[in-house]
Design a protein around this ligand. Sequence first.
Ligand SMILES: Cc1cc2nc3c(=O)[nH]c(=O)nc-3n(C[C@H](O)[C@H](O)[C@H](O)COP(=O)(O)OP(=O)(O)OC[C@H]3O[C@@H](n4cnc5c(N)ncnc54)[C@H](O)[C@@H]3O)c2cc1C
Length: 311
Amino acid sequence: MALLSAHRQGTYRGKFTKDFPLGEKSWFRCGGKADLLFEPEDIEDLSVFLKEYPAGDPLMVLGGMANCIIRDGGIRGCVVRLGKPFAEIEIQGNRIMAGAGALNGSVAAAAAKEGIGGLEFLSGIPGTVGGALAMNAGAYGTEVKDVLAAAMALDDFGVFVPLELEDMDMSYRTCGAASRGITFVGAVFEGKEEDREIVRERLKEIKAKRQETQPISEKTGGSTFANPTDTELEKAGLEKGTRAWQLVEKVGGRGLKIGGAQMSEKHCNFMINTGDATAKDLEELGDELIRRVREECGIELHWEIKRLGER
Ligand SMILES: Cc1cc2nc3c(=O)[nH]c(=O)nc-3n(C[C@H](O)[C@H](O)[C@H](O)COP(=O)(O)OP(=O)(O)OC[C@H]3O[C@@H](n4cnc5c(N)ncnc54)[C@H](O)[C@@H]3O)c2cc1C
């Protein structure tokens, strides 16, 4: 891999780290290393890097790693992470411009401070704006596509791509633009003018609700499985609106353990690393539940958490 040579790495301003312990830094706190990590200095640096990166060599972009299992065998090639230089947040009227490296929680807090409502849901979603765009993250009836005005990205060749909402091809927890392999560098969110105190109150409510219902202080990756669609449920003869957690519960998933991995007692669609889980334990637990739900309920659950790298 040409980019692994120290000589090539020296031509960029960003930082390279060989054998970066990616899994340890993920929310699950387990899993393997990345062959190489690149943290670009700014958009221009990232653009040159993408342009020169050898076609065909593996390349992946990650944010806060709040929605992924890094497999124990690690990730081949290079992982790009957008850090502080991409974390700027700027407000103009009711619009919030945020870099892809900004934390969702910081975007929600900045909006609340300015009396902009509608983005509170982001406060309870760990991770970065880049990850929220790629996942069309959402909570409490609002998702990113409801508040997104535009996004900015770089393509495989490092060329800047401005994206309107309709170019994003977003639906429940998916973004077509992301699956075509682009790197988001920023987003423009649109909220509405509201009383600061009311927005702050909603932030507090969300925080309290999360603490009450989710194992947020555990090593977790949020919802393990996406909720099935009504069409899938209908086909399986199940009631419309049935949630993934209800299916997990039905097949004895609450508290189920494999090695150090366990489905949370508090919220049984949340998987947790109880201390010494490997990525293999986590994945086996998820696959076991998919199997049980398939056999006992006649429906296929789909992973919402991304499983990345080699086993
Ligand atoms: C306690 C907890 C609660 C959670 N609650 C929710 C919730 O209520 N709702 C919800 O939707 N999610 C929830 N999640 C999951 C997670 O917070 C979201 O999916 C979040 O958007 C992930 O962002 P991230 O930066 O961590 O992405 P990562 O996990 O790093 O990456 C996720 C995906 O996004 C892609 N990606 C990341 N950055 C970029 C970029 N710049 N350009 C292109 N692609 C990129 C990656 O390639 C990967 O495919 C929760 C997670 C935890 C741990």
